[in-house]
Write a protein that binds this ligand. Sequence first.
Ligand code: PGA
Length: 247
Amino acid sequence: MGQRKPIVAGNWKMNGSCELIKEIAAVSEQVSGEQREVLVFPPAILLSEAISAGLNCGTQTVSEFESGAYTGEIQASLVKSLGANYTLVGHSERRSIYGESNEDVANKFAQAQSSGLTPILCIGETQAQRTEGKTEEVVKQQLEAVIKKLGIASLANSVIAYEPVWAIGTGLTATPEQAQATHKYIRDLLHSYDQQVASALRILYGGSVNESNSELLFAQADIDGGLIGGASLKPQSFKAICESAKG
Ligand code: PGA
């Protein structure tokens, strides 16, 4: 992992409670520090509670618009003013259930950055795309939608999460070799745009990471930590996963 400090991020999705915030805040206090950055994405309505408990936080999505008549949306500048640092953009559930296109995701990425949040750009192929041999083509298109709109320099202040859709919530983790191969492809692609940006960028793996598989995944040269769904709701599992990420 070299100079890149790993991140272990918990994506709670539409789960969690004030009780879980207390438990995860205690874990985070024990395992955050020199070795790794620990980060939590609670439901937006729990954000203030999580920040007050001392958690390093973000939202699971933000609106692509700055402000105005967008009922139900999450305003990036407000998220920032509450004390959050990050937001996910383009999680596969947002893409598949809510129809977010690469273009929408690029707009959210832009809005997050202009509000002072660090976007974590989620990318990854479906099972069908992998079977058709299109993994690289898909992640390239997802990345280039942002690069074309905002330029390669915008990635300097971001994080990538590679999450094969077939591995999310299924118990089917990519093998460390499969994950590393795609992470290396992503870094090499970005390298062709800008060497410095590519080598400093943190690329997280996500998709059924648990305390039994995290160590080997995080030991891969181009994997700089993980985005954890189900296992981030279990304090002891999340703690063990955090401890397996070492800078
Ligand atoms: P999972 O979810 O760990 O439950 O597979 C990961 C994610 O969706 O970010």
